[in-house]
Design a protein around this ligand. Structure first.
Ligand code: NAD
Ligand code: UGA
Length: 464
């Protein structure tokens, strides 16, 4: 079959796989190929056990894979054959050299640019889908401009705003699609080609275009604003715990102001995920780089409050359990960084588990999707942790439950049954405020939510 367009995506990760599956699904007359240097990942995309768990993804892959969606390993050949190339490689925080701990590590992006340069035999539109520091397109253009002969490249920025766990709905019905380009004749022409792809299913008013730098920067700023809301509500949760105010009531009252809005005001143990921290730190680095230290400090405080919230949660566990966890069994309910994903990158559960182990607690981890990743994250602590998928078996014989992920299934647990199987006094630390606290207290638990008065049988918490 002859396809109208041939689209390639370099990087078959959490973004590359789902976003290209959606393009293939919505555009059956386009051929979409996804490549990766990680050949095991490509094998997984071609198997029945996809490397990424996302509600709705399996169904779309079944409808498209082998028809107009292909996962392949021959990167060089695919670069030759495709005219539109998305780049969706990882851009982690740099761990070495200048900017270590803040700046983006752009080595994977640069390697991709050089691969495109080396193997292209015809003009290409190269689209940044990875999240990048503003002005990265300039580096990309400079590398590609060194092409010999007449091959031309147009670089666009089309950042991805999907969230994990809801990726397929976000991709199908995005709040907006942002496309940045150079405002030259060829830039605008390339921009129009990409608009045409999204216009197949996204309403025209939701496809917005901008200059290329605005597009790159908007992505970092969107993540920074979202994370800032989480840190704002978490900071207030600390004040609620001191004043008997209830964070859910405060969030509701504040969020009903149309100017503020109710989303992203759930207090918890802090944000995790592969992007919020890295993107804010990248913003902080950029601001410092451009000499805007006050602006850098402002955004850095969002990350600091996130760390503070996790430490507060741990201090609460330790203080409430008579200042010693040594030898006590703690059941961690939920390890992924949020519900509906098996992803554990930067999950607060990693930090919290390590701190529990440092107190010589015995940790049992339960999660419906993330146990495999949890065991990888905590490989250096092998032997000190048990992994038990069934929450009832996991909780049995434990002194405390620490709810770290907002999985729906935890709301519906039979806490009466769990209470019976635990060591008394039994504790629940609800790091996501998802269970019925009063009901659990009435069963017999001592219950410690976030940003709400504790329901405890021990009046004085400060006996030490
Ligand atoms: P990921 O690590 O899951 O996937 C990136 C993939 O790129 C990996 O499989 C890696 O092997 C591959 N890769 C690296 N260099 C390559 C090369 N030279 N050739 C071929 N493949 C190569 O990362 P991700 O979560 O998909 O994120 C990708 C980008 O998208 C990041 O910049 C991230 O900030 C951004 N982003 C992520 C999300 C999300 O929800 N995960 C959402 C929006 C934006
Ligand atoms: C986030 C953004 O929401 C996406 O728009 C963006 O594309 C993506 O980052 C990215 O660039 O990678 P994601 O990290 O998948 O998506 O998940 P979110 O739903 O944003 O949650 C992030 C973290 O914040 C989670 O740990 C979540 O539990 C926490 N959170 C979120 C709260 O603690 N409270 C809230 O009210 C909302």
């Amino acid at each position: 079959m002859k396809f109208k367009k041939n689209i390639l995506c370099i990087g078959a990760g959490y973004v590359g796989g789902p976003s290209m599956a959606m393009i293939a699904y919505k555009c059956p007359d386009y051929r979409v190929t996804v490549v990766d240097i990680n050949s095991a990942r490509i094998d997984a995309w071609n198997s029945t056990e996809l490397p990424v768990y996302e509600p709705g993804l399996d169904a779309i892959i079944k409808k498209t894979r082998g028809k107009n969606l292909f996962f392949a390993k021959d990167i060089e050949n695919q670069i030759k054959e495709n005219d539109i190339i998305f780049v969706s490689v990882n851009t982690p925080t740099k761990t070495f050299g200048a900017g270590a701990g803040q700046a983006s590590d752009l080595q994977f992006l640069e390697k991709t640019a050089r691969q495109i340069l080396e193997h292209s035999q015809s003009p290409k539109i190269v689209i940044e889908k990875s999240t990048l520091p503003v002005k990265t397109a300039l580096a990309m253009e400079r590398i590609l401009a060194s092409a010999k002969g007449k091959i031309t490249f147009e670089v666009l920025s089309n950042p991805e705003f999907m969230a994990e766990g809801t990726a397929m709905t976000n991709l199908e019905k995005p709040d907006r699609v942002l496309i940045g380009s150079r405002e030259t004749e060829s830039g605008l022409k390339a921009r129009a080609q990409l608009v045409d792809i999204y216009a197949r299913w996204v309403p025209a008013e939701k496809i917005i275009t901008s200059n290329i730098w605005s597009a790159e920067l908007s992505k970092l700023v969107a993540n920074a604003f979202l994370a800032q809301r989480v840190s704002s509500i978490n900071s207030i949760s600390a004040l609620c715990e001191k004043t008997d105010a209830d964070i859910s009531e405060v969030a509701k009252a504040v969020g009903m102001d149309g100017r503020i809005g109710s989303k992203f005001l759930k207090a918890g143990i802090g944000f995790g995920g592969s992007c919020f921290k890295k993107d804010i730190l990248n913003l902080v680095y950029l601001c410092s780089y451009y000499g805007l230290q006050d602006v850098a400090d402002y955004w850095e405080s969002v990350v600091k409050i996130n760390e503070y919230q996790q430490d507060r949660f741990l201090a609460n566990i330790l203080g409430s359990m008579f200042n010693t966890l040594a030898g006590k069994k703690i059941c961690v309910l939920g390890f992924s960084f949020k519900a509906d994903t098996g992803d554990t990158r930067e999950s607060p559960a990693i930090y919290i588990t390590r701190k529990l182990l440092a107190e010589h607690a015995q940790v049992v981890i339960s999660d419906p999707k993330a146990l495999k990743n949890a065991a990888i994250d905590l490989a250096s602590d092998k032997g000190k942790i048990s992994y038990v998928e069934d929450p009832y078996s996991a909780a049995s014989g434990c002194h405390a439950l620490a709810i770290l992920t907002d999985w729906e299934l935890y709301r519906k647990l039979d806490f009466q049954k769990i209470y019976k199987s635990m060591v008394k006094p039994a504790f629940i630390f609800d790091g996501r405020n998802i269970i019925d606290h009063k009901k659990c207290f009435d069963i017999g638990f001592n219950v410690y939510p976030i940003g709400k008065p504790a329901l405890s049988r021990f009046e004085d918490q400060s006996s030490f």
